[in-house]
Design a protein around this ligand. Structure first.
Ligand code: SF4
Length: 333
């Protein structure tokens, strides 16, 4: 793939949340893997962003390692894609400072995401939380990214990044920073095993990709189904059942059609339906789990990949910062 002409550079970042779950996979990583075919990709584990909300950094390194290992085992190709850790390229914090000078404070405090976070953690409304979108803009533009894959809920942030770039370029009469475009992605809302809330580690309603087949089956058997189906003999409604939603992703067309019909006439019980889903999910994840185990045998592998990513990301970052400082009129080092 490395010698295929790519359409542009994509940037995306995700917080180090450790072992990934089905929600991470379907909502982001699957798409990250696919984008590599057409774009030059820069994927960043945004540990600095994580500091705005985490209260302990005790497991930070472990979480970075586990997440990177999952991504690599799923199909991130580190020879062509740059995979690195945000804090290992400190130019991003410098660019964040320069961008903050062209960002009106009111615009940041008006953002719905800031208001939501401030509501969620009223005891810790820190400066970093307010400046989060500026740091995110710095992430994107530092690497001269053309495109950012985003779901609908993230679109205001990209609009913010574009406006910030325009303000910077206008203020310093330059065009060194690239206005990023969005690649609108379908980010399905993956529900947790409770069938109500978004799948999330903090809610403990997740299914880990790297779990054993037995653990996976156990979690699947705990999934909440159509709440109106009380007895085995009650007909169910797959349209309101999260197990059926998952079947639509991981089962064959024949199996999906069978569940759709048999559930409605009580021809299949929820236990058997879940067993079928668990079997298909485990089969789908088997190659990933095997590769994860192989890659994990060499404890240096992940760190080597991240170091190489840091080296390549730093080269782009240094060049951008030279151009940025020149445009501002700051002395070059
Ligand atoms: Fe859901 Fe399957 Fe039970 Fe129907 S049979 S309610 S689709 S788990």
């Amino acid at each position: 793939m490395a010698d295929v002409m790519k359409k542009g550079r994509v940037f995306s970042g995700a917080r180090p949340t450790g072992r990934q779950h089905l929600g991470n996979y379907l909502g982001a990583i699957k798409n990250y893997v696919a984008l590599q075919d057409e774009y030059e990709c820069v994927y960043c584990i945004v540990d600095i962003h994580a500091l705005t909300t985490v209260e302990t950094t005790e497991n930070l390194w472990q979480n970075i390692y586990e997440m990177a290992l999952d991504w690599l085992a799923i199909g991130i190709r580190p020879v062509e894609t740059i995979l690195f850790v945000q804090s290992q390229v400190p130019e991003v914090t410098e660019l964040h400072t320069y961008l903050s000078m062209v960002t009106p404070l009111g615009k940041l405090t008006d953002l719905p995401t800031f208001k939501e976070k401030a509501r969620q953690q009223p005891h810790n409304v820190n400066y970093g939380l307010v400046g989060y979108p500026v740091l995110m803009t710095a992430d994107i533009v530092l690497y001269k990214s053309d495109l950012v894959p985003v779901g609908v809920d993230q679109q205001p942030h990209i609009e913010f990044a574009r406006e910030t770039v325009r303000s910077f370029n206008y203020r310093y009469n330059t065009n060194v920073l690239i206005e990023p475009q969005m690649i609108a992605t379908e980010t399905p809302k993956v529900l947790g095993i409770d069938g109500v809330q978004k799948m999330s580690k903090s809610l403990n309603n997740h299914i880990e990709l790297a779990a054993t087949p037995e653990e996976t089956t156990q979690r699947v058997m705990q999934m909440v189904t159509d709440p109106a189906r009380i007895k085995r003999s009650d007909p169910g409604n797959p349209d309101v059942c999260n197990v059926f939603t998952m079947h639509k992703v991981f089962s064959s067309p024949d199996e999906i059609a069978m569940v759709d019909v048999e559930c409605r006439r009580a021809g299949i019980g929820c236990v058997d339906c879940k067993k079928l889903f668990a079997r298909n999910l485990n089969a789908h994840l088997a190659p990933f789990r095997q590769k994860r185990a192989e890659l994990g045998k060499d404890p240096n592998y992940v760190w080597d990949v991240l170091r190489d990513g840091q080296r390549r990301a730093s080269a782009i970052a240094r060049q951008t910062m030279r151009e940025v400082k020149e445009a501002i009129g700051l002395p070059l080092t």
